[in-house]
Write a protein that binds this ligand. Structure first.
Ligand code: ATP
Length: 515
Protein backbone atom coordinates (compact mmCIF):
# COMPACT_ATOMS: atom_id res chain seq x y z
CA UNK A 1 0.00 0.00 0.00
CA UNK A 2 2.78 2.41 0.95
CA UNK A 3 4.36 1.84 -2.43
CA UNK A 4 1.02 2.46 -4.13
CA UNK A 5 0.63 5.72 -2.24
CA UNK A 6 4.07 6.72 -3.44
CA UNK A 7 3.02 6.01 -7.03
CA UNK A 8 -0.14 8.00 -6.50
CA UNK A 9 1.85 11.00 -5.28
CA UNK A 10 4.03 10.77 -8.33
CA UNK A 11 0.99 10.57 -10.56
CA UNK A 12 -0.43 13.74 -9.03
CA UNK A 13 2.79 15.65 -9.66
CA UNK A 14 3.08 14.17 -13.14
CA UNK A 15 -0.41 15.48 -13.89
CA UNK A 16 0.70 18.95 -12.92
CA UNK A 17 4.10 18.87 -14.59
CA UNK A 18 2.73 17.81 -17.96
CA UNK A 19 -0.40 19.96 -18.09
CA UNK A 20 -3.08 17.41 -17.23
CA UNK A 21 -4.51 18.71 -13.95
CA UNK A 22 -3.75 21.85 -11.92
CA UNK A 23 -5.09 22.79 -8.49
CA UNK A 24 -7.74 25.48 -8.98
CA UNK A 25 -6.74 29.07 -8.10
CA UNK A 26 -3.22 27.89 -7.44
CA UNK A 27 -1.66 31.35 -7.17
CA UNK A 28 -4.06 31.96 -4.28
CA UNK A 29 -3.01 28.67 -2.64
CA UNK A 30 -5.79 26.64 -4.21
CA UNK A 31 -9.42 25.92 -3.38
CA UNK A 32 -10.30 22.68 -1.59
CA UNK A 33 -11.19 19.81 -3.91
CA UNK A 34 -11.51 21.99 -7.01
CA UNK A 35 -9.22 21.37 -9.97
CA UNK A 36 -8.55 22.73 -13.44
CA UNK A 37 -7.71 20.63 -16.46
CA UNK A 38 -4.69 21.78 -18.45
CA UNK A 39 -3.84 21.58 -22.13
CA UNK A 40 -3.27 17.81 -22.08
CA UNK A 41 -5.95 17.03 -19.51
CA UNK A 42 -8.71 18.68 -21.50
CA UNK A 43 -7.86 16.59 -24.56
CA UNK A 44 -7.92 13.35 -22.59
CA UNK A 45 -11.14 14.40 -20.88
CA UNK A 46 -12.79 15.30 -24.19
CA UNK A 47 -11.79 11.93 -25.63
CA UNK A 48 -13.31 10.12 -22.64
CA UNK A 49 -16.50 12.12 -23.06
CA UNK A 50 -16.61 11.38 -26.78
CA UNK A 51 -16.11 7.68 -26.11
CA UNK A 52 -19.02 7.68 -23.68
CA UNK A 53 -21.27 9.91 -25.81
CA UNK A 54 -20.78 7.95 -29.01
CA UNK A 55 -21.19 4.64 -27.21
CA UNK A 56 -24.58 5.86 -25.99
CA UNK A 57 -25.92 7.98 -28.82
CA UNK A 58 -24.32 6.44 -31.93
CA UNK A 59 -24.30 2.84 -30.82
CA UNK A 60 -27.92 2.81 -29.65
CA UNK A 61 -30.63 3.95 -32.01
CA UNK A 62 -32.96 4.49 -29.06
CA UNK A 63 -30.66 6.73 -27.00
CA UNK A 64 -30.58 10.49 -27.64
CA UNK A 65 -28.72 13.27 -25.86
CA UNK A 66 -29.59 16.61 -24.26
CA UNK A 67 -27.76 19.44 -22.52
CA UNK A 68 -29.88 20.91 -19.75
CA UNK A 69 -29.10 23.98 -17.62
CA UNK A 70 -27.25 23.76 -14.32
CA UNK A 71 -29.77 26.04 -12.63
CA UNK A 72 -33.19 24.51 -12.27
CA UNK A 73 -36.40 25.36 -10.47
CA UNK A 74 -35.77 24.78 -6.74
CA UNK A 75 -38.86 22.59 -6.37
CA UNK A 76 -37.09 20.00 -8.53
CA UNK A 77 -34.74 19.32 -5.63
CA UNK A 78 -37.64 19.02 -3.25
CA UNK A 79 -39.29 16.49 -5.57
CA UNK A 80 -36.10 14.52 -6.08
CA UNK A 81 -35.57 14.23 -2.34
CA UNK A 82 -32.25 16.11 -2.36
CA UNK A 83 -33.40 18.98 -0.10
CA UNK A 84 -34.48 16.57 2.62
CA UNK A 85 -32.18 13.63 2.20
CA UNK A 86 -29.03 14.35 0.21
CA UNK A 87 -26.92 14.05 3.32
CA UNK A 88 -23.71 12.43 4.38
CA UNK A 89 -23.04 11.38 7.99
CA UNK A 90 -20.10 13.41 9.25
CA UNK A 91 -17.94 12.92 12.31
CA UNK A 92 -15.09 15.04 13.66
CA UNK A 93 -12.02 14.05 15.55
CA UNK A 94 -11.78 16.43 18.49
CA UNK A 95 -7.98 16.30 18.66
CA UNK A 96 -7.01 16.76 15.02
CA UNK A 97 -10.17 18.80 14.23
CA UNK A 98 -10.36 16.77 11.02
CA UNK A 99 -13.72 15.89 9.56
CA UNK A 100 -14.61 12.47 8.15
CA UNK A 101 -17.54 10.65 6.65
CA UNK A 102 -18.59 8.08 9.22
CA UNK A 103 -19.67 5.62 6.50
CA UNK A 104 -16.31 5.95 4.73
CA UNK A 105 -14.39 5.28 7.96
CA UNK A 106 -16.35 2.05 8.37
CA UNK A 107 -15.93 1.06 4.72
CA UNK A 108 -12.17 1.62 5.05
CA UNK A 109 -12.16 -0.53 8.16
CA UNK A 110 -13.82 -3.38 6.25
CA UNK A 111 -11.41 -2.93 3.35
CA UNK A 112 -8.49 -3.30 5.78
CA UNK A 113 -9.90 -6.58 7.07
CA UNK A 114 -10.37 -7.78 3.48
CA UNK A 115 -6.75 -6.93 2.80
CA UNK A 116 -5.64 -8.93 5.84
CA UNK A 117 -7.60 -11.95 4.63
CA UNK A 118 -6.16 -11.73 1.13
CA UNK A 119 -2.63 -11.39 2.49
CA UNK A 120 -3.09 -14.56 4.59
CA UNK A 121 -4.30 -16.41 1.50
CA UNK A 122 -1.45 -15.11 -0.68
CA UNK A 123 1.11 -16.07 1.97
CA UNK A 124 -0.26 -19.58 2.21
CA UNK A 125 -0.44 -19.91 -1.57
CA UNK A 126 3.26 -19.11 -1.77
CA UNK A 127 4.09 -21.54 1.01
CA UNK A 128 2.12 -24.51 -0.29
CA UNK A 129 2.71 -24.03 -4.01
CA UNK A 130 0.65 -25.89 -6.57
CA UNK A 131 -1.20 -28.15 -4.18
CA UNK A 132 -2.79 -25.11 -2.48
CA UNK A 133 -6.57 -25.09 -2.28
CA UNK A 134 -7.57 -21.48 -1.61
CA UNK A 135 -11.24 -22.23 -0.90
CA UNK A 136 -10.41 -24.90 1.63
CA UNK A 137 -7.88 -22.63 3.27
CA UNK A 138 -10.46 -19.84 3.60
CA UNK A 139 -12.89 -22.23 5.24
CA UNK A 140 -10.46 -23.77 7.70
CA UNK A 141 -7.71 -21.35 8.64
CA UNK A 142 -8.53 -19.93 12.10
CA UNK A 143 -7.03 -16.47 11.46
CA UNK A 144 -8.95 -16.10 8.20
CA UNK A 145 -12.12 -17.39 9.85
CA UNK A 146 -11.77 -14.90 12.68
CA UNK A 147 -11.38 -12.00 10.25
CA UNK A 148 -14.27 -13.17 8.07
CA UNK A 149 -16.50 -13.35 11.15
CA UNK A 150 -15.41 -9.87 12.25
CA UNK A 151 -16.02 -8.46 8.79
CA UNK A 152 -19.47 -10.03 8.56
CA UNK A 153 -20.41 -8.65 11.95
CA UNK A 154 -19.33 -5.12 11.02
CA UNK A 155 -21.04 -5.39 7.67
CA UNK A 156 -24.34 -6.52 9.18
CA UNK A 157 -24.34 -3.73 11.76
CA UNK A 158 -23.28 -1.17 9.17
CA UNK A 159 -25.96 -2.11 6.62
CA UNK A 160 -28.64 -2.04 9.29
CA UNK A 161 -27.48 1.32 10.66
CA UNK A 162 -27.54 2.84 7.17
CA UNK A 163 -30.95 1.45 6.39
CA UNK A 164 -32.36 2.67 9.71
CA UNK A 165 -30.59 6.04 9.42
CA UNK A 166 -29.17 5.25 12.87
CA UNK A 167 -26.34 7.75 13.37
CA UNK A 168 -25.59 6.67 16.94
CA UNK A 169 -24.99 3.13 15.80
CA UNK A 170 -22.59 4.35 13.09
CA UNK A 171 -20.60 6.08 15.82
CA UNK A 172 -20.78 3.01 18.02
CA UNK A 173 -19.28 0.83 15.28
CA UNK A 174 -16.40 3.28 14.97
CA UNK A 175 -15.85 3.16 18.73
CA UNK A 176 -16.30 -0.61 19.08
CA UNK A 177 -13.75 -1.43 16.40
CA UNK A 178 -11.19 1.09 17.61
CA UNK A 179 -11.14 3.24 14.49
CA UNK A 180 -8.62 6.01 15.06
CA UNK A 181 -8.11 9.31 13.27
CA UNK A 182 -5.21 8.87 10.84
CA UNK A 183 -3.90 12.33 11.78
CA UNK A 184 -4.11 12.40 15.59
CA UNK A 185 -4.20 8.64 16.14
CA UNK A 186 -6.94 9.09 18.77
CA UNK A 187 -10.50 7.84 19.23
CA UNK A 188 -11.79 11.14 20.51
CA UNK A 189 -14.82 11.36 18.19
CA UNK A 190 -17.80 13.74 18.16
CA UNK A 191 -21.37 12.64 17.53
CA UNK A 192 -22.33 11.76 13.96
CA UNK A 193 -24.39 14.47 12.22
CA UNK A 194 -26.12 14.71 8.87
CA UNK A 195 -24.76 17.26 6.42
CA UNK A 196 -26.56 18.35 3.23
CA UNK A 197 -24.24 18.36 0.24
CA UNK A 198 -26.01 20.85 -2.00
CA UNK A 199 -24.58 24.30 -2.74
CA UNK A 200 -27.21 27.03 -2.62
CA UNK A 201 -27.14 30.49 -4.12
CA UNK A 202 -29.59 33.26 -4.93
CA UNK A 203 -31.10 34.08 -8.27
CA UNK A 204 -32.47 37.54 -9.13
CA UNK A 205 -31.91 40.83 -7.30
CA UNK A 206 -33.24 41.17 -3.78
CA UNK A 207 -35.51 44.03 -4.86
CA UNK A 208 -37.38 41.59 -7.12
CA UNK A 209 -37.47 38.97 -4.41
CA UNK A 210 -34.48 36.67 -4.78
CA UNK A 211 -35.07 32.97 -5.13
CA UNK A 212 -32.91 30.35 -3.45
CA UNK A 213 -31.56 28.04 -6.15
CA UNK A 214 -29.13 25.14 -6.01
CA UNK A 215 -26.17 24.15 -8.11
CA UNK A 216 -27.28 20.75 -9.36
CA UNK A 217 -25.75 17.84 -7.43
CA UNK A 218 -26.45 15.46 -10.34
CA UNK A 219 -27.35 15.88 -14.00
CA UNK A 220 -30.13 13.27 -13.91
CA UNK A 221 -32.93 15.63 -12.84
CA UNK A 222 -32.42 17.72 -15.99
CA UNK A 223 -33.25 14.55 -17.92
CA UNK A 224 -36.34 13.66 -15.90
CA UNK A 225 -37.90 17.10 -16.24
CA UNK A 226 -37.32 16.96 -20.00
CA UNK A 227 -38.72 13.46 -20.39
CA UNK A 228 -41.91 14.59 -22.13
CA UNK A 229 -40.16 17.20 -24.28
CA UNK A 230 -37.77 14.64 -25.70
CA UNK A 231 -40.28 11.80 -25.94
CA UNK A 232 -42.78 13.94 -27.84
CA UNK A 233 -40.45 15.95 -30.10
CA UNK A 234 -38.24 12.94 -30.84
CA UNK A 235 -41.26 10.60 -31.23
CA UNK A 236 -39.41 8.20 -28.93
CA UNK A 237 -40.91 4.82 -28.14
CA UNK A 238 -40.28 3.00 -24.90
CA UNK A 239 -37.73 1.58 -24.20
CA UNK A 240 -35.50 4.59 -24.90
CA UNK A 241 -32.77 6.54 -23.19
CA UNK A 242 -31.68 10.14 -22.70
CA UNK A 243 -27.98 10.84 -22.19
CA UNK A 244 -26.32 13.92 -20.79
CA UNK A 245 -22.83 15.11 -19.89
CA UNK A 246 -22.45 18.04 -17.54
CA UNK A 247 -21.13 19.61 -14.39
CA UNK A 248 -22.43 18.67 -10.95
CA UNK A 249 -21.61 20.20 -7.58
CA UNK A 250 -21.44 18.67 -4.11
CA UNK A 251 -20.13 20.22 -0.95
CA UNK A 252 -18.20 17.06 -0.06
CA UNK A 253 -17.23 16.71 3.60
CA UNK A 254 -14.00 14.91 2.96
CA UNK A 255 -12.26 16.17 -0.06
CA UNK A 256 -9.04 14.29 -0.47
CA UNK A 257 -7.70 11.87 -3.05
CA UNK A 258 -7.15 14.40 -5.81
CA UNK A 259 -9.82 14.35 -8.52
CA UNK A 260 -11.53 11.28 -7.06
CA UNK A 261 -13.74 13.40 -4.82
CA UNK A 262 -14.27 16.94 -6.00
CA UNK A 263 -16.70 19.69 -5.11
CA UNK A 264 -17.20 20.57 -8.78
CA UNK A 265 -17.08 17.62 -11.13
CA UNK A 266 -18.58 16.26 -14.30
CA UNK A 267 -21.03 13.42 -14.80
CA UNK A 268 -22.08 11.34 -17.79
CA UNK A 269 -25.55 10.03 -17.09
CA UNK A 270 -28.10 8.11 -19.08
CA UNK A 271 -31.65 7.47 -17.97
CA UNK A 272 -33.29 4.57 -19.73
CA UNK A 273 -37.11 4.58 -19.66
CA UNK A 274 -38.82 1.20 -19.67
CA UNK A 275 -42.14 -0.50 -19.07
CA UNK A 276 -42.99 -1.15 -15.41
CA UNK A 277 -42.01 -4.72 -14.64
CA UNK A 278 -39.22 -4.83 -17.23
CA UNK A 279 -36.78 -2.72 -15.25
CA UNK A 280 -34.75 -5.52 -13.69
CA UNK A 281 -34.13 -7.11 -17.07
CA UNK A 282 -32.86 -3.76 -18.39
CA UNK A 283 -30.86 -3.26 -15.23
CA UNK A 284 -28.97 -6.49 -16.02
CA UNK A 285 -28.55 -5.40 -19.62
CA UNK A 286 -26.99 -2.06 -18.72
CA UNK A 287 -24.88 -3.57 -15.96
CA UNK A 288 -23.30 -5.87 -18.50
CA UNK A 289 -23.04 -3.21 -21.21
CA UNK A 290 -21.34 -0.71 -18.94
CA UNK A 291 -18.76 -3.17 -17.70
CA UNK A 292 -17.96 -4.04 -21.31
CA UNK A 293 -17.56 -0.33 -22.04
CA UNK A 294 -14.95 -0.10 -19.28
CA UNK A 295 -13.13 -3.26 -20.22
CA UNK A 296 -13.00 -2.41 -23.94
CA UNK A 297 -10.28 0.19 -23.43
CA UNK A 298 -7.90 -2.49 -22.23
CA UNK A 299 -6.68 -1.35 -18.82
CA UNK A 300 -7.01 -4.94 -17.56
CA UNK A 301 -10.17 -6.89 -16.81
CA UNK A 302 -9.03 -7.70 -13.27
CA UNK A 303 -9.13 -4.05 -12.32
CA UNK A 304 -12.94 -4.00 -12.31
CA UNK A 305 -15.54 -5.47 -10.05
CA UNK A 306 -19.21 -4.98 -9.26
CA UNK A 307 -20.21 -3.88 -5.81
CA UNK A 308 -23.87 -4.28 -4.93
CA UNK A 309 -25.25 -1.62 -2.61
CA UNK A 310 -25.73 -2.39 1.08
CA UNK A 311 -28.30 0.30 1.32
CA UNK A 312 -30.84 0.78 -1.40
CA UNK A 313 -32.33 4.23 -1.68
CA UNK A 314 -36.01 3.96 -0.76
CA UNK A 315 -37.05 4.34 -4.40
CA UNK A 316 -34.53 1.91 -5.92
CA UNK A 317 -35.10 -1.80 -6.40
CA UNK A 318 -31.57 -2.66 -7.55
CA UNK A 319 -28.25 -0.84 -7.50
CA UNK A 320 -24.68 -1.73 -8.19
CA UNK A 321 -21.40 0.12 -8.61
CA UNK A 322 -18.63 -0.61 -11.03
CA UNK A 323 -15.46 -0.28 -9.02
CA UNK A 324 -11.98 0.24 -10.37
CA UNK A 325 -8.72 -0.63 -8.65
CA UNK A 326 -7.28 2.81 -7.93
CA UNK A 327 -3.88 3.20 -6.26
CA UNK A 328 -5.86 3.55 -3.00
CA UNK A 329 -7.98 0.42 -3.46
CA UNK A 330 -11.14 -0.57 -5.34
CA UNK A 331 -13.39 2.50 -5.62
CA UNK A 332 -16.66 3.41 -7.29
CA UNK A 333 -16.37 4.88 -10.76
CA UNK A 334 -19.90 4.30 -11.96
CA UNK A 335 -23.30 3.59 -10.45
CA UNK A 336 -26.09 1.64 -12.15
CA UNK A 337 -29.46 2.05 -10.50
CA UNK A 338 -32.95 0.80 -11.07
CA UNK A 339 -34.87 3.87 -9.87
CA UNK A 340 -38.41 2.58 -10.43
CA UNK A 341 -40.95 5.34 -11.25
CA UNK A 342 -39.85 7.41 -8.28
CA UNK A 343 -38.44 10.44 -10.10
CA UNK A 344 -41.06 10.86 -12.81
CA UNK A 345 -43.83 10.04 -10.32
CA UNK A 346 -42.52 12.58 -7.87
CA UNK A 347 -42.24 15.31 -10.53
CA UNK A 348 -45.84 14.54 -11.50
CA UNK A 349 -46.88 15.17 -7.93
CA UNK A 350 -44.83 18.30 -7.32
CA UNK A 351 -45.47 19.95 -10.71
CA UNK A 352 -49.10 18.94 -11.02
CA UNK A 353 -48.42 17.96 -14.67
CA UNK A 354 -49.11 14.53 -16.05
CA UNK A 355 -45.82 12.82 -16.94
CA UNK A 356 -46.91 9.61 -18.60
CA UNK A 357 -46.31 7.61 -21.72
CA UNK A 358 -49.03 6.12 -23.86
CA UNK A 359 -47.88 2.66 -24.88
CA UNK A 360 -49.60 1.81 -28.18
CA UNK A 361 -48.79 -1.89 -27.84
CA UNK A 362 -50.36 -2.16 -24.41
CA UNK A 363 -52.96 0.46 -25.24
CA UNK A 364 -52.50 2.21 -21.89
CA UNK A 365 -50.66 5.08 -20.23
CA UNK A 366 -48.17 4.72 -17.40
CA UNK A 367 -45.29 6.43 -15.62
CA UNK A 368 -42.21 4.73 -17.07
CA UNK A 369 -39.65 3.00 -14.87
CA UNK A 370 -36.04 4.10 -15.10
CA UNK A 371 -32.67 2.41 -15.20
CA UNK A 372 -29.82 4.86 -14.76
CA UNK A 373 -26.14 4.62 -15.59
CA UNK A 374 -24.10 7.35 -13.93
CA UNK A 375 -20.36 7.76 -14.28
CA UNK A 376 -18.02 10.55 -13.18
CA UNK A 377 -15.79 11.89 -15.95
CA UNK A 378 -13.10 12.81 -13.46
CA UNK A 379 -13.04 9.39 -11.79
CA UNK A 380 -12.84 7.78 -15.20
CA UNK A 381 -9.99 10.15 -16.07
CA UNK A 382 -8.20 9.17 -12.86
CA UNK A 383 -8.64 5.46 -13.49
CA UNK A 384 -7.26 5.77 -17.02
CA UNK A 385 -4.26 7.74 -15.83
CA UNK A 386 -3.56 5.53 -12.82
CA UNK A 387 -3.58 2.38 -14.91
CA UNK A 388 -1.48 3.94 -17.66
CA UNK A 389 1.26 5.49 -15.57
CA UNK A 390 4.42 3.44 -15.68
CA UNK A 391 8.02 3.90 -14.66
CA UNK A 392 9.84 1.53 -16.92
CA UNK A 393 13.37 0.29 -16.37
CA UNK A 394 15.27 0.29 -19.64
CA UNK A 395 18.33 -1.62 -20.73
CA UNK A 396 21.39 0.25 -19.55
CA UNK A 397 19.78 1.24 -16.23
CA UNK A 398 17.75 4.24 -17.44
CA UNK A 399 14.11 4.66 -16.55
CA UNK A 400 11.40 6.25 -18.61
CA UNK A 401 8.09 7.56 -17.37
CA UNK A 402 5.46 6.59 -19.86
CA UNK A 403 1.70 6.96 -19.96
CA UNK A 404 0.48 3.85 -21.71
CA UNK A 405 -2.84 5.45 -22.51
CA UNK A 406 -5.28 3.59 -24.74
CA UNK A 407 -4.37 5.16 -28.11
CA UNK A 408 -7.88 6.44 -28.94
CA UNK A 409 -7.90 8.40 -25.66
CA UNK A 410 -4.38 9.86 -25.91
CA UNK A 411 -4.35 13.69 -26.01
CA UNK A 412 -1.79 13.82 -28.83
CA UNK A 413 -1.81 11.05 -31.41
CA UNK A 414 1.50 11.75 -33.11
CA UNK A 415 4.53 13.96 -32.79
CA UNK A 416 6.47 14.88 -35.91
CA UNK A 417 10.14 15.65 -35.41
CA UNK A 418 12.77 16.82 -37.86
CA UNK A 419 16.08 15.19 -36.99
CA UNK A 420 17.81 18.58 -37.26
CA UNK A 421 16.52 22.14 -37.44
CA UNK A 422 17.90 22.79 -40.93
CA UNK A 423 18.36 21.41 -44.45
CA UNK A 424 14.66 21.57 -45.21
CA UNK A 425 13.72 18.93 -42.60
CA UNK A 426 11.48 21.27 -40.53
CA UNK A 427 9.57 22.20 -43.68
CA UNK A 428 9.08 18.54 -44.56
CA UNK A 429 7.87 17.80 -41.03
CA UNK A 430 5.41 20.70 -41.23
CA UNK A 431 4.08 19.35 -44.52
CA UNK A 432 3.32 16.02 -42.85
CA UNK A 433 1.49 17.79 -40.03
CA UNK A 434 -0.47 19.92 -42.49
CA UNK A 435 -1.59 16.76 -44.19
CA UNK A 436 -2.65 14.96 -41.00
CA UNK A 437 -3.75 17.68 -38.59
CA UNK A 438 -7.45 17.47 -39.42
CA UNK A 439 -7.46 13.74 -38.75
CA UNK A 440 -5.32 13.58 -35.63
CA UNK A 441 -4.10 15.85 -32.88
CA UNK A 442 -0.42 16.37 -33.92
CA UNK A 443 2.51 18.04 -32.23
CA UNK A 444 5.60 19.48 -33.87
CA UNK A 445 8.83 19.25 -31.86
CA UNK A 446 12.31 20.23 -33.01
CA UNK A 447 13.99 21.06 -29.69
CA UNK A 448 16.65 18.87 -27.98
CA UNK A 449 17.92 15.43 -28.97
CA UNK A 450 15.54 12.89 -30.46
CA UNK A 451 15.86 10.81 -27.26
CA UNK A 452 14.67 13.70 -25.10
CA UNK A 453 11.83 14.42 -27.49
CA UNK A 454 10.72 10.79 -27.29
CA UNK A 455 10.70 10.99 -23.49
CA UNK A 456 8.54 14.12 -23.55
CA UNK A 457 6.02 12.37 -25.78
CA UNK A 458 6.11 9.20 -23.62
CA UNK A 459 5.29 11.34 -20.61
CA UNK A 460 2.07 12.61 -22.22
CA UNK A 461 1.20 9.24 -23.73
CA UNK A 462 1.62 10.00 -27.46
CA UNK A 463 1.32 6.64 -29.23
CA UNK A 464 3.41 7.58 -32.30
CA UNK A 465 6.52 9.63 -32.99
CA UNK A 466 7.53 10.27 -36.57
CA UNK A 467 11.07 11.35 -37.38
CA UNK A 468 12.01 13.14 -40.59
CA UNK A 469 15.67 12.76 -41.66
CA UNK A 470 17.77 13.59 -44.70
CA UNK A 471 16.81 10.34 -46.39
CA UNK A 472 13.15 11.42 -46.16
CA UNK A 473 13.81 14.20 -48.66
CA UNK A 474 14.87 11.59 -51.17
CA UNK A 475 12.53 8.65 -50.60
CA UNK A 476 9.51 10.19 -48.81
CA UNK A 477 9.87 7.67 -45.99
CA UNK A 478 10.02 8.39 -42.26
CA UNK A 479 10.80 6.49 -39.08
CA UNK A 480 7.74 5.77 -36.97
CA UNK A 481 8.30 4.86 -33.34
CA UNK A 482 5.70 3.02 -31.28
CA UNK A 483 5.32 4.26 -27.70
CA UNK A 484 4.90 1.00 -25.78
CA UNK A 485 7.33 -1.28 -27.60
CA UNK A 486 9.66 1.60 -28.54
CA UNK A 487 10.10 -0.20 -31.82
CA UNK A 488 10.88 1.80 -34.89
CA UNK A 489 10.11 1.10 -38.50
CA UNK A 490 10.63 2.84 -41.78
CA UNK A 491 7.41 3.61 -43.61
CA UNK A 492 6.23 5.74 -46.54
CA UNK A 493 4.72 9.09 -45.55
CA UNK A 494 1.67 8.13 -47.57
CA UNK A 495 1.13 5.11 -45.28
CA UNK A 496 1.06 7.15 -42.05
CA UNK A 497 -2.64 7.99 -42.09
CA UNK A 498 -3.59 4.31 -42.41
CA UNK A 499 -1.20 3.07 -39.71
CA UNK A 500 -2.26 5.68 -37.20
CA UNK A 501 -6.00 5.49 -37.93
CA UNK A 502 -6.04 1.80 -37.29
CA UNK A 503 -4.69 2.27 -33.77
CA UNK A 504 -6.42 5.44 -32.66
CA UNK A 505 -9.91 4.80 -33.92
CA UNK A 506 -12.60 4.41 -31.27
CA UNK A 507 -14.19 1.82 -33.51
CA UNK A 508 -11.81 -0.66 -31.89
CA UNK A 509 -13.56 -0.04 -28.57
CA UNK A 510 -17.08 -0.09 -29.98
CA UNK A 511 -16.58 -3.46 -31.60
CA UNK A 512 -15.62 -4.93 -28.24
CA UNK A 513 -18.69 -3.48 -26.53
CA UNK A 514 -21.11 -5.12 -28.91
CA UNK A 515 -19.22 -8.43 -29.38
P1 ATP B 1 -19.58 8.30 -3.38
O1 ATP B 1 -20.27 7.20 -2.62
O2 ATP B 1 -18.18 7.98 -3.79
O3 ATP B 1 -19.74 9.65 -2.75
P2 ATP B 1 -21.97 8.45 -4.90
O4 ATP B 1 -22.50 7.06 -4.74
O5 ATP B 1 -22.54 9.55 -4.09
O6 ATP B 1 -20.37 8.45 -4.78
P3 ATP B 1 -23.41 8.91 -7.30
O7 ATP B 1 -24.35 9.86 -6.67
O8 ATP B 1 -23.90 7.53 -7.64
O9 ATP B 1 -22.08 8.83 -6.43
O10 ATP B 1 -22.79 9.62 -8.59
C1 ATP B 1 -22.49 8.93 -9.78
C2 ATP B 1 -21.05 9.07 -10.15
O11 ATP B 1 -20.62 10.43 -10.10
C3 ATP B 1 -20.09 8.34 -9.23
O12 ATP B 1 -19.98 6.98 -9.58
C4 ATP B 1 -18.80 9.08 -9.44
O13 ATP B 1 -18.10 8.59 -10.57
C5 ATP B 1 -19.25 10.49 -9.72
N1 ATP B 1 -19.09 11.32 -8.52
C6 ATP B 1 -19.94 11.43 -7.48
N2 ATP B 1 -19.46 12.30 -6.57
C7 ATP B 1 -18.27 12.75 -7.06
C8 ATP B 1 -17.30 13.68 -6.58
N3 ATP B 1 -17.47 14.32 -5.44
N4 ATP B 1 -16.20 13.90 -7.34
C9 ATP B 1 -16.02 13.26 -8.51
N5 ATP B 1 -16.91 12.38 -9.00
C10 ATP B 1 -18.01 12.13 -8.31
Amino acid sequence: MAQQEEVFKKLVSHCKEYGFVFPSSEIYDGLGAVYDYGQMGVELKNNIKKYWWDSMVLLNENVVGIDSAIFMHPTIWKASGHVDAFNDPLIDNKDSKKRYRADVLIEDLMAKIDDKIEKEVEKAAKKFGESFDADLFRQTNPRVQENVAKRTEIHTRFAKALNDGNLEELRQIIIDYDVVCPISGTKNWTEVRQFNLMFATEMGSTADGAMKVYLRPETAQGIFVNFLNVQKTGRMKIPFGIAQIGKAFRNEIVARQFIFRMREFEQMEMQFFVRPGEELQWFEFWKDRRLKWHKAIGLGDKKYRYHDHDKLAHYANAATDIEFEMPFGFKEVEGIHSRTDFDLGSHEKFSGKKIQYFDPELNKSYVPYVVETSIGVDRMFLSVLAASYDEERLEGGDTRVVLKLPAPLAPVKLAVMPLVKKDGLPEKARQIIDDLKFDFNCQYDEKDSIGKRYRRQDAIGTPFCVTVDHQTLEDNCVTIRHRDSMQQERVAISALRGIISEQVSMKNFFKKITE
